[in-house]
Design a protein around this ligand. Structure first.
Ligand SMILES: [Zn+2]
Ligand SMILES: [Zn+2]
Length: 433
């Protein structure tokens, strides 16, 4: 027996039954993004590892442990490049913005990407995969708080139009290069005497990434977090004004939000607005995003304000299912063509009729494999098709087909079945459904 192949651990197939959820969500997300003036971009799945290493911050988990990176095959000169499967969506988009000189276009440049594969080599566990897909939006070249509010408004509209009500957006400001260093000093001073009593992770965070101290989920550290100084009380004047404007504009977009002073993003290039969308039922964070005014510079560009979010499509679909939201059903087969006769001319006619229907955009199916009349009618009935198109001896001789309504229970035989000329079949189906 040959080996049975299976997907790699942490990877999964998205089977046809699941596809309606995907198409439904993707259609809504694209429509909403385009309503807000965003244009679609696609970037390669593979990039130089440096693109992600620089933007994920060296020393973070994503870079150290979770990135799929490897040396490529050698080129003609024997050089090998270290390349990586995309571990997040933003860096590639900013790289593309710089590479294609999009900073010369009228600013801002608003971009979205749809269901792009994202790879992380983390430990497989329930509901987490090493490949997942993200819808995301990025705006580059504009620091106006109106952009922040607009993006959060867009995100909220994508969720609500997908049927996910009862959401709340949590927002915070984490300041900028001007005010954050002083705040971090303050935070460290506050934590220093408490550190002995902190969890191990927090001991590391204190040195490597103090903002993340506020992210700790260990019960022992919750009282410390609750009493810690807040960045929002330590913003410089421009940051404070920006944050107030974002909130005012969010009200205009009628987005239900609360200020959540515990949302932080640990990397230096993040600035000012950060946000998360939380499901009110189960307090599950659906996705997050934020402003990254320092990112373009890290990738070798001029200082360029930017903001973005990425959203895991699998997670949204899981939440849709949990809430019992059904995508629109697939279009049913309209016509099922059967042929009653063993000679090749019957099957030929069936194929011709099928082609005629499909060329006219009518979803049609036919029986294959020269089955018996009875077996073919059973197939037609089980297919969910509205009508069977029957081709037998009489039909072929007379240049017509018999159209049988498969969903007309209780009707008299005459209205159940009609004889229709081959050249009038499309018109007939358009009129009678
Ligand atoms: Zn801790
Ligand atoms: Zn500031």
């Amino acid at each position: 027996m040959p080996e049975q192949y299976r997907t790699l651990q942490g990877f999964r197939d998205i089977l046809p039954d699941e596809q309606p959820y995907w198409r439904y969500f993707e259609k809504i997300a694209a429509e909403v993004a385009e309503t807000y003036g965003y244009r679609r971009i696609e970037t390669p799945t593979l990039e130089e590892t440096a693109v992600f290493r620089k933007t994920s911050g060296e020393g973070t988990d994503v870079v150290e442990h979770e990135m799929y990176s490897f040396d490529d095959r050698a080129d003609k000169e024997g050089r090998r490049q270290n390349i990586a499967l995309r571990p997040e969506g933003t860096a590639s988009v900013v790289r593309a913005y710089l590479e294609h000189g999009m900073f010369k276009l009228p600013q801002p440049v608003k971009l979205y990407y749809m269901s792009v594969p994202i790879f992380r080599h983390d430990k497989p566990q329930a509901g987490r995969y090493r490949e997942h897909h993200q819808f995301g939006c990025e705006v580059l070249g504009e620091g106006d708080p109106a952009i922040d509010a607009e993006m959060i408004g867009l995100l909220h509209q994508v969720y609500t139009r997908s049927g996910l009500q009862r959401l709340r957006v949590h927002i915070n400001s984490i300041g900028d290069q001007n005010c954050r260093p002083q705040y971090i000093q303050k935070l460290k001073e506050y934590y220093r005497p408490l550190l002995e009593d902190c969890c191990e992770d927090c001991q590391v965070r204190f040195v490597k990434n103090p903002l993340r101290l506020l992210d700790c989920k260990m019960p022992q550290d919750q009282p410390k977090i609750a009493a810690a100084p807040r960045i929002t009380d330590n913003l410089c004047e421009p940051c404070r004004e920006h944050f107030e404007a974002v909130q005012r504009f969010l009200e205009m977009y009628q987005v239900p939000y609360i200020v959540d002073k515990l949302i932080v993003r640990g990397l230096d290039y993040y600035t000012r607005t950060v946000f998360e969308v939380i499901s009110e039922d189960n307090k599950l964070a659906l996705n997050g995003g934020g402003r990254y005014d320092g990112l373009a510079e890290i990738l070798g560009g001029q200082p360029t304000p930017g903001i973005g979010f990425g959203l895991g499509v699998e997670r949204v679909i899981q939440e849709m299912k949990r809430r019992g939201i059904e995508p629109p059903t697939e279009e049913p087969t309209r016509a099922f063509v059967v042929y009653f006769g063993k000679e090749p001319k019957f099957k030929d006619a069936a194929i011709q009729v099928c082609a005629q229907l499909r060329h006219a955009g009518i979803k049609a199916e036919m029986s294959y494999g020269n089955r018996s009349n009875k077996a073919q009618m059973k197939q037609a009935n089980n297919s969910g098709a509205v009508r069977a198109i029957i081709i037998g001896e009489d039909e072929l001789a007379g240049g017509f087909v018999s159209v049988k309504n498969l969903q007309a229970e209780g009707m008299d035989t005459a209205s159940k079945q009609a004889q229709v000329k081959r050249e009038e079949l499309i018109d007939y189906l358009c009129q009678h459904g």
